[in-house]
Ligand binder design. Structure first.
Ligand SMILES: Cc1cc2nc3c(=O)[nH]c(=O)nc-3n(C[C@H](O)[C@H](O)[C@H](O)COP(=O)(O)OP(=O)(O)OC[C@H]3O[C@@H](n4cnc5c(N)ncnc54)[C@H](O)[C@@H]3O)c2cc1C
Length: 354
């Protein structure tokens, strides 16, 4: 039987109020639950290193300073990390990658956190968007009082294969090593349509990809399907300020000089509200230069299929979100027809977080 101790000090306030003060630690039994494929999966989650053990990682560890911390929503903070020395060469990464993040006092045995880079490689600073997670030690470290974190160092290692442009689709002469600079802007990608599917904070790697594409030529036609919570119906009424990266996305698609080609569709869910994918009412959020359709339900496989349209053979699909969403869509898109859409697996990239 696998047991794990959780100290009282590591528990969130919401749980503490239910536990008598004299209890200083809790034993958890790790149970095995069967998944739909009948394999056994531990119910207690593991660390970022365990979850991404199969992913490629760079060898180098870079030290960066936390130079700005900006709250985006009550539960998400944006961090800018900047080289500590102006002479430090820029860190190479590809749009869509993440970092192993180590925090002081840097013991060699410390387990890093995993956070996605939300800025494009061309930016001088590296940006991360970190959700408040009191039980995850690296996230809890980054959710201390900002004044204790500013101008302090963190160490990062680049990793991940959920990268743009999709390597498998490239002709051999265009393939590039995992950690090189992004493809030069003159090389055309070997696909015409890009479908990006984000569930909640799954937008993080996709905003880096979108920002990067806006600086390259030629550009694919893009459809972004973005599902997010809208508990107070603020987004529906046009207040996008607390919707993670939505204003940045709107700017990229509506920029007067050089907008991204394509469209955005939002899927807004209210806590306890309808998540029914059969609800077909469509509304629009009118922003300065753009009308964005939204539906009050979750994204369904047919939404992804409609976005792909006639492009089954020249599409690249990127899906990032919780495993229940990513697994369902990858299955539906890549299973042979008539059960699925029969899209080549190399065209469907997926990253799951929790
Ligand atoms: C590829 C990838 C990219 C991600 N990108 C982001 C991102 O951009 N932004 C974001 O907010 N989150 C991101 N995450 C999620 C993030 O890494 C954590 O999983 C997240 O903070 C949620 O933590 P949790 O509270 O669910 O705890 P979990 O991470 O699910 O951990 C559960 C338990 O495991 C133990 N544990 C986990 N990690 C450690 C550790 N490092 N040291 C010691 N004990 C540990 C703790 O006991 C913890 O209570 C990403 C995850 C992956 C796999």
């Amino acid at each position: 039987m696998n047991l794990m101790i959780i100290k009282r000090s590591s528990l969130p306030q919401s749980l503490l109020s239910h536990i008598p003060p004299k209890i200083s630690q809790i034993w958890l039994q790790i149970v095995q639950t069967p998944t739909k494929t009948s394999t056994m999966t531990p119910a207690i989650k593991t660390t970022h290193i365990d979850r991404t053990a199969h992913e490629p990682r760079d060898n180098s560890l870079h030290e960066l300073l936390i130079t700005t911390i900006t709250p985006i929503t009550p539960a998400i903070r944006l961090f800018h990390l900047t080289p500590s020395q102006p002479s430090q060469p820029p860190i190479s990464f590809l749009p869509g990658q993440w970092v192993d993040l180590y925090y002081p006092p840097f013991p060699s045995c410390q387990k890093p956190g995993g956070f996605t880079i939300t800025s494009p490689p061309s930016h001088p600073h590296m940006e991360l968007a970190v959700q408040q997670s009191p039980l995850n030690p690296p996230a809890a470290y980054l959710w201390q009082d900002p004044s204790t974190l500013l101008h302090t160092p963190v160490r990062i290692r680049i990793g991940g294969s959920f990268t743009y442009p999709p390597q498998i689709l490239s002709r051999p002469s265009e393939q590039q090593p995992l950690l090189s600079s992004p493809r030069s802007s003159s090389t055309p990608p070997n696909f015409k349509k890009l479908v990006l599917v984000a569930g909640g904070v799954g937008i993080n790697p996709l905003i880096s990809i979108l920002s990067h594409i806006s600086t390259t030529r030629p550009q694919p036609e893009i459809t972004l399907l973005y599902s997010l919570k809208d508990p107070n119906s603020k987004i529906q009424s046009g207040d996008t300020s607390q919707a993670l990266f939505l204003d940045r996305i709107i700017n990229l698609f509506s920029n007067q000089n050089d907008p991204l080609k394509g469209n955005i569709k939002l899927f807004l869910t209210t806590t306890g509200g309808p998540t029914n994918t059969n609800n077909i009412s469509t509304n629009e959020i009118a922003t300065k230069n753009l009308s964005i359709p939204f539906e009050k339900r979750r994204i369904s496989l047919s939404d992804v299929s409609n976005a792909i349209g006639e492009h089954k053979d020249d599409v690249a699909v990127y899906i990032c979100g919780v495993p229940s969403m990513t697994d369902q869509f990858v299955d539906g898109l890549t299973s042979p027809s008539p059960q699925g859409l029969g899209i080549d697996k190399s065209r469907v990239l997926c990253e799951k977080w929790w």
